[in-house]
Design a binder for this molecule. Structure first.
Ligand SMILES: *[C@@H]1O[C@H](CO)[C@@H](O)[C@H](O)[C@H]1NC(C)=O
Ligand SMILES: *[C@@H]1O[C@H](CO)[C@@H](O)[C@H](O)[C@H]1NC(C)=O
Length: 131
């Protein structure tokens, strides 16, 4: 009796299918991770406190639903960061911890007319390189 060839092919294609599913699942979880990246909690507290002391708050294009690293804060172009309508502005880098954690790397406040001491909370933004 001749053995049918198909069972071998079938299990091979099942294996391939399983492999493809795993690849797709992995890829999906990666992109979900990137999407779910959130600002480090101590930086959220520090930023809110600094803005409170300066009597200002985020513009509508970022800090969407209390998440500072959102909207225009994720735009890596300088023209977005320097846009006069984006004032005060922040920029975040969300590539930390396998793209799950965002750190605030830039903070720009123009024409606030604040004098005096800088808030101590600025020290809680350790990734800040431009102020
Ligand atoms: C961001 O939004 C939350 C509420 O949605 C607010 O409490 C907080 O002060 C805002 N932070 C800044 C920096 O504007
Ligand atoms: C980033 O900002 C620039 C300038 O404001 C804008 O043209 C561009 O569409 C923005 N990019 C994204 C991904 O939102």
């Amino acid at each position: 009796m001749m053995r049918p060839v198909t069972p071998g092919l079938e299990s091979c294609s099942k294996g391939l299918l399983l492999f493809l599913c795993l690849v797709i699942l992995f890829w999906c979880s990666q992109s979900i991770d990137a999407h779910n990246a959130a600002t480090h909690p101590s930086e959220v507290r520090a930023l809110n406190s600094i803005f409170q002391q300066w009597g200002t708050q985020a513009v509508g294009s970022w800090n969407m639903s209390g998440e500072p690293c959102s909207g225009s804060a994720l735009n890596q172009s300088d023209s977005a960061f320097l846009d006069p309508h984006n004032n005060p502005a922040i920029r975040c880098d969300c590539s930390f911890n396998h793209a799950t954690v965002c750190h605030i790397t830039r903070l720009r406040i123009y024409s606030l007319d604040r004098r005096g001491e800088l808030p101590e909370e600025l020290l809680d933004l350790p990734f800040l390189t431009v102020l």
